[in-house]
Design a protein around this ligand. Structure first.
Ligand code: FAD
Ligand code: DLZ
Ligand code: SF4
Length: 508
C-alpha cells in the first residue's frame, strides 16, 4: 500500500477530492467508527446510527467498485479511540505514513490531522458551490457580510433560475410571499421513510448498547442510508412537498412536525447528495410548471445561499468562533432543553420532537429554542454544544454559524444585522402552540404572562447600550419608552421571576 485515503463519516461521496486523487490499485481507503468522533458531544442516537450505517454502506459500495477498504467498527477490539489513532494503526499495518485527506468540516479535526505524526496531504472539500478562497475574496473589504449579495453571486455562478444575467421572474428573492401560517392538512405528504436492512439493524443494536445514556430516541429509525435511497427521498420531496415549501416555510404546527420541509440536510451534510444536484432537481420542477417560483427560489436560496455562506463564515472566522460571547451571556442551559419539564408549550413541542426525531425545522430552531436561549441570556457555548449534539444534520461548520451567529448574536453581528428575538406574538402568529399553552400569549405581565413576552423586554433593556442605535431596533426601544412606568416595572419583575426560577432549577 502506497497511501492511506481517509474518508470521514460526513465525506461519503464518491466524488470526494481524496478519492479523486487516489489510485485504486495501490492506495487503501481508511474509514473508522471511533469513540472520539462519536462522543465529542453526546450526539443523538439517530445521528450516530445514520452516520455509522451510511459509512458501512458506503464502504461496501467502494469495495464493490474495486477499492481496497480498511473499515474499523466501533466495537472491534483493535479499533483505537481517534481518527489519527486509526490512521497510525493502519499505517503500521501497511508500512506507510502517507495520508491523503479531504479537509474536515471542523477545526478540531483539521488540527488533529495537522499535528499527526504522519505525512498528510489535505485537499479542499469541493462539494460546495463556492471554494473558501472564493468566499474570502467576496468577503474581503466588505463592511458587512450580508448573505443576500453572496447568494446572487452563487445564482450567477451556477446559472440556477437565471435568464442570462437576470434572475428568473425579475426578482432575486420572493421571501415576502413566504410567511404564511399553516393549518392542518390530512392530504399533506410526509418525508420518505425507509425500512432498516441487516446492516442498519446491526448498527442500531450497537448504538443501543453503547449510547443508551445519550439524549434522544433511537427507534423507529427510518432514514435513508445510501445515496440511492437519498435520491429517492429527494425525488419524493420535489414531487410531493416542494410546491408549498415557500408558503409555509416559517409555519409551525403541533401535529405536523415536517410541513413542507425537505428533511434532506442530514443526507446532504454527509455527502449522500450534492447541493447543486438538489437545486437542479428543484429547478426542473419549477421549469415544468409544477411548483411556483417562490417555492423553488426560496429552497434554492437556503442551499446555495445560506448553506454556502455559513460555511464561508465558519472557516473565515477561525477556531475561536465557537467561544465568542458578544452579549456576555452566562446562564446555564436550562434542563428543559434535555427534556426536563416546562410549561411552555412551544418549547416542549420543539424539544420533544428533537428527542424523538433528531429534527426540528428552521423556525423551531431559530424562533423557539434559539429565541428562548438568547432572551434568557444562556451561555452561547452551551447552546452551541446542545445544537451540535441533538440534530441529525449538525456538523460544526454549519451548526456554529447558525447558533453562535444567527441565533445567539454571540459573534456581534457578523451574520445577523440584528438579534433574532421576538415576544410570544411571533410564535402565536406562525403556529398553533399558544392555544394549548399554560401561559397566555396575550398577557404581558403577571404569573400567566408568556415568558417570551417578559424576557423580550428584559433582553432589550439589558442590552440597550448595544442595540439602541441599531436602525432596525429603534422602533422597539421607542415602544418601551412610551410604556407606563408601573407596567415597565411589572414586566421586568416578571422577567426576573422567570430567570430566578431557571437559576433555581424550577419549572418554567
Ligand atoms: P429545509 O427547510 O427543507 O431547507 C432546505 C435545505 O436548505 C436544508 O436541507 C439545508 O441543507 C439548507 N438550509 C436551510 N437553512 C439553512 C441554514 N440556515 N444554514 C445552512 N443550511 C440551510 N442546518 C444544518 O444543516 N445543520 C445544523 O446543524 C443546523 N443548525 C441550525 C441551528 C440553528 C439555531 C438554526 C436557526 C438553523 C440551523 N440549521 C442547521 C439550518 C436549518 O435549520 C436546517 O438546515 C434545516 O432545518 C434542515 O431541515 P430540512 O432539510 O428539512 O430543511
Ligand atoms: C459525527 C461523527 C460521528 C458520530 N462518528 C464518526 C466516526 O465514528 N467516524 C468518522 O469518521 N466520523 C464521524 N462523525 C463525523 C465527524 O465528526 C466529522 O467528520 C467531523 O466533525 C468533521 O465535520
Ligand atoms: Fe410559547 Fe408563549 Fe405561546 Fe406558550 S404562550 S406556546 S410560551 S409563545
Amino acid at each position: 500500500v502506497k497511501r492511506l485515503i481517509l474518508v470521514l463519516g460526513d465525506q461519503l461521496s464518491k466524488t470526494l477530492s481524496a478519492l479523486r486523487e487516489a489510485d485504486k490499485d495501490s492506495d487503501l481507503v481508511v474509514m473508522a467508527e471511533v469513540a472520539d468522533e462519536a462522543s465529542y458531544v453526546g450526539h443523538h442516537p439517530k445521528k450516530i446510527a445514520l452516520i455509522f450505517s451510511a459509512m458501512r454502506h458506503f464502504a461496501g459500495e467502494l469495495q464493490g467498485d474495486g477499492w481496497q477498504v480498511a473499515y474499523s467498527r466501533l466495537d472491534d477490539d483493535e479499533t483505537s479511540k481517534s481518527i489519527v489513532g486509526e490512521l497510525m494503526r493502519r499505517g503500521q499495518e501497511h508500512d506507510t505514513t502517507e495520508v491523503v485527506a479531504t479537509r474536515p468540516g471542523e477545526w478540531r479535526l483539521i488540527e488533529a490531522l495537522d499535528n499527526a505524526p504522519l505525512t498528510v496531504k489535505t485537499l479542499p472539500d469541493d462539494r460546495f458551490v463556492a471554494s473558501l478562497d472564493e468566499f474570502n475574496t467576496w468577503a474581503e473589504g466588505r463592511k458587512s457580510l450580508r448573505m443576500e449579495y453572496f447568494y446572487r453571486d452563487m445564482r450567477r455562478k451556477t446559472g440556477l433560475m437565471m435568464e442570462g444575467d437576470e434572475p428568473a421572474g425579475e426578482k432575486w428573492n420572493y421571501d415576502h410571499e413566504n410567511r404564511k401560517p399553516a393549518s392542518g392538512d390530512m392530504l399533506r405528504s410526509t418525508p420518505m421513510e425507509f425500512t432498516p436492512d441487516q446492516i442498519t439493524e446491526e448498527v442500531l443494536n450497537l448504538v443501543e448498547k453503547k449510547f443508551d445514556k445519550n439524549f434522544g430516541v433511537l427507534r423507529p429509525f427510518t432514514y435513508a442510508v445510501t445515496r440511492g435511497q437519498a435520491l429517492r427521498a429527494l425525488d419524493h420531496f420535489a414531487k410531493n412537498l416542494l410546491d408549498c415549501f415557500g408558503d409555509y416555510q416559517d409555519a409551525m404546527l403541533q401535529d405536523d412536525r415536517f410541513l413542507h420541509h425537505s428533511l434532506l440536510s442530514q443526507y446532504l451534510n454527509i455527502g449522500l447528495l450534492d447541493p447543486v444536484e438538489i437545486c437542479t432537481r428543484v429547478e426542473e420542477e419549477w421549469k415544468a410548471g409544477n411548483v411556483p417560483i417562490n417555492a423553488a427560489e426560496g429552497f434554492i436560496r437556503q442551499i446555495i445561499g445560506w448553506r454556502e455562506y455559513v460555511r464561508g463564515i465558519y472557516f473565515r472566522e477561525g477556531p475561536d468562533y465557537v467561544t465568542r460571547n458578544a452579549l456576555g451571556h452566562e446562564r446555564d442551559l436550562p434542563w428543559m432543553y434535555w427534556g426536563g419539564e416546562t410549561h411552555m408549550n412551544c418549547v416542549s413541542h420543539a424539544v420533544d420532537q428533537t428527542r424523538e426525531l433528531a429534527y426540528a425545522h428552521h423556525i423551531q430552531r431559530l424562533m423557539v429554542t434559539g429565541n428562548f436561549a438568547v432572551l434568557a441570556g444562556v451561555d452561547p457555548h452551551q447552546v452551541h454544544e446542545w445544537y451540535l449534539a441533538v440534530y441529525h444534520d449538525a456538523y460544526e461548520w454549519v451548526e456554529a454559524p447558525n447558533v453562535i451567529g444567527m441565533s445567539q448574536f454571540a459573534d456581534d453581528g457578523i451574520i445577523a444585522s440584528k438579534p433574532y428575538v421576538s415576544s410570544g406574538n411571533y410564535i402565536d402568529k406562525m403556529s398553533d402552540y399558544c392555544g394549548s399553552c399554560a401561559y397566555s400569549v396575550k398577557e404581558k405581565t403577571g404569573e400567566k404572562a408568556c415568558p417570551f413576552n417578559l424576557l423580550y423586554w428584559d433582553f432589550l433593556v439589558r442590552h440597550r447600550e448595544k442595540f439602541a442605535g441599531n436602525p432596525r431596533m429603534g422602533q422597539m426601544y421607542a415602544t418601551w419608552d412610551r410604556m407606563k412606568d408601573d407596567r415597565k416595572e411589572a414586566v421586568l419583575e416578571g422577567a426576573k421571576r422567570i430567570l430566578d426560577r431557571l437559576d433555581a432549577g424550577e419549572v418554567v
